[in-house]
Design a protein. Sequence first.
Lengths: 266, 266
Amino acid sequence: MLTGWRRNPNRFQFVTKLEGGILPDGTNMRTPYGLEIIENCLSCPHREERLFCNLPEQTVKALSAITSSASYPKGATLFVEGQPARGVFILCSGRVKLSTSSADGKTLILRISEPGEVLGLPATVTGTCYELTADVVEPAQSNFIARNDFLGFLKDNGEAALRVAQQLGETYHAAIAEMRTIGLSHSAGEKLARFLLEWAANYPEEKGQIRLKLTLTHEEIAQMIGSSRETVTRLLADFRRKQLLQVMGSTLIIKNKAALESIVTG
Amino acid sequence: MLTGWRRNPNRFQFVTKLEGGILPDGTNMRTPYGLEIIENCLSCPHREERLFCNLPEQTVKALSAITSSASYPKGATLFVEGQPARGVFILCSGRVKLSTSSADGKTLILRISEPGEVLGLPATVTGTCYELTADVVEPAQSNFIARNDFLGFLKDNGEAALRVAQQLGETYHAAIAEMRTIGLSHSAGEKLARFLLEWAANYPEEKGQIRLKLTLTHEEIAQMIGSSRETVTRLLADFRRKQLLQVMGSTLIIKNKAALESIVTG
DNA sequence: GCCATTCCGTGACAATCATCACGGGTGCCC
DNA sequence: GGGCACCCGTGATGATTGTCACGGAATGGC
């Protein structure tokens, strides 16, 4: 457990404690990289908008007491599928990929988590093993709460327990949604269309177009829809040819939402 | 709202209130069939073993006060995907199929629920729409708790809220497990093998064999693993030919678990 | 016992898509 | 700047499996 100011390549940052994540090379996580550090949940930009942070000031303070903050570089691993749950990670910034994979190396990505989400919640609450692996895809800061502390906090704090239940409900909801895209489609094209539309649902529509950021490689998209890298490449090219969408780097513009919808309808 | 003793084809039964399920013909559920009626959760056989029922006597009584019990025949529908959540159904006996389906009629079954499980929990807690459809496949009795009552109860009852969170976690866990069978398999055979092994996990192994009850049609199995009825038929025949298993009516015997496992491993 | 419906078995066929293979592009690090 | 990863594009190929079609078995209601 480390506490104090630490030197970084770019800047200093304060690390209250350091929860052991795992670097890509298998070593423990020890070198948080420079990020915008959120020291205090009361001033966290997500406090108002996000489910779990939006609690009475009193409660947030109680949470802070058992929380340890850490930053993780791209490629770091917060936890691994099958590991006994140590506790929850509240994602303050950055993005984290949640996935599961089979013995032969095939990977299925379930979700790209955004700030405000609580990772490892189901396993921590039920006291089982993490069912997914959490990899940082965009440098992240997260608050860790150990399982025992967390459960104790919930016991003393009915409202927080309810929030946890709600967050779990939403997580489940999202899982079912992905399930639908994977399980109910007749073709890879349908899966991709479903995926794009779901993704676009978080972005505003203007003039019949939707601009969205999609910082995923074709490989990763394939892993989200249960397909192969090559088919994703081909399908995207196909969609572009048919004027359904347009790609500029990591931004994607849906030009014909109706057509995509008609693909999923069948 | 009905209260009192009601005549049934076979026997009398007591119905405290009647929560509106929907019969296969679309009419509301009004004619509960003869079942072993569980009048009192304190004497419910699942009380000790199941998560949600296993609460202090005091708490269970508080629950009873807001609970209404009803019985449903095979084919009845407890709730439908997309419907605003009215509340939760605690399954006391019977079995219920949870599924989602696409516009063109393709169906994906997520789970066959057993007594003790709480149905409609995620949607009720988050205040959204039911994400699945619940159909009775084996005559069922369930306790209904309306959303507002339920949320109020949880607020006054920290421990129950925690239990709810745990139940949600388990539900999520199960969803992820099915996700894996559907999303990580290379072939339908692999999916079927995965499915059978998961199903068998609830049954004891003796002398290298596992006897299990599988009251599902090939069609339903297909809908669980995201495949077609014909391939399930063919694959089961194939497995039988290869001496991996043996089918006698609705009981299935896994004779070579190792071989099945080697199929999923790849 | 008869009719109707559901369920299971099986053949033929076509389409989709995973896989392999390879090359070109881009960025990153030394 | 040279090499090394990684990512994207594309062709050829073959296995898998969804789909259609049909008949027989089984089940259940009257």
